[in-house]
Design a protein around this ligand. Sequence first.
Ligand SMILES: Nc1ncnc2c1ncn2[C@@H]1O[C@H](COP(=O)(O)OP(=O)(O)OP(=O)(O)O)[C@@H](O)[C@H]1O
Length: 260
Amino acid sequence: MPLLEVQDIVIRFGGVTAVAGVSFEVAERQICGLIGPNGAGKTTTFNCISGIYRPNSGRIVFAGQEITGLPRHRMTGLGIGRTFQNLALFRSMTVRENVLAGAHSSGRTGFVASAFALPQVRREAAQASRRADELLALLNLERVADAPVTALPFGWQKRVEMARALISQPKLLLLDEPAGGLNHGEVDDLAGLLVDIRRNFDLSILLVEHHMSLVMRVSDKVAVLDFGKKIADGTPEQVRADPAVITAYLGAGDGHAHAA
Ligand SMILES: Nc1ncnc2c1ncn2[C@@H]1O[C@H](COP(=O)(O)OP(=O)(O)OP(=O)(O)O)[C@@H](O)[C@H]1O
């Protein structure tokens, strides 16, 4: 059974059909790239999976359960974590506090238990703290753990966001342009990190990304969108050689063609 099934979703904004019947699957422990020229519908599809938009039609099934149209605050509890293209960190907090903030939405104890600091709450807090330490180490953020997050370079802030998503132990991690704004060396590090994350956390990753060499390097499979439709779906080698993909990128004339 696939972990994520996107079945024929359609998303319209007024007169614009941003996504016109897209289907694809992400298997357990798979890294799936979602690519396409500008305006192809990648972010809209992504926002639908993470509960920001509700599709006009079609279904989204996660771990066998239909999640179509569920609000985004339910997604973390179900096992879907995400990062944002333009970062959504708490700017007044330290790196560690930002990572721990991701754990709060996944705690099992309720409001009353928290208010009275019951033992279970203390246990959860201790667990979250241990997980934060592990993540800070894995993502090479130990030395800056107590620094204000805004003092970090952009590439590092992206890793903080990834740690915040991982602390809730998602089964599916949605990454929106994680390589955006990174330099060459940082993109190389990111490629290694994504593979490490999949191995260490036993999860699947859906990656929306313009950085073609990164996508082709880390993905087990790639789905390609163009004008709101899926035009190809397969291994990086299959997709790279697909005439429809080559035409879509050459036709787009947006500078990404060289990388396809
Ligand atoms: N909120 C919105 N209101 C109206 N139209 C929108 C909205 N969001 C997206 N669109 C339109 O839907 C289409 C798909 O946009 P989307 O952002 O999903 O593409 P994309 O593949 O992520 O592009 P990019 O790579 O440039 O981020 C575009 O034509 C876009 O202008």
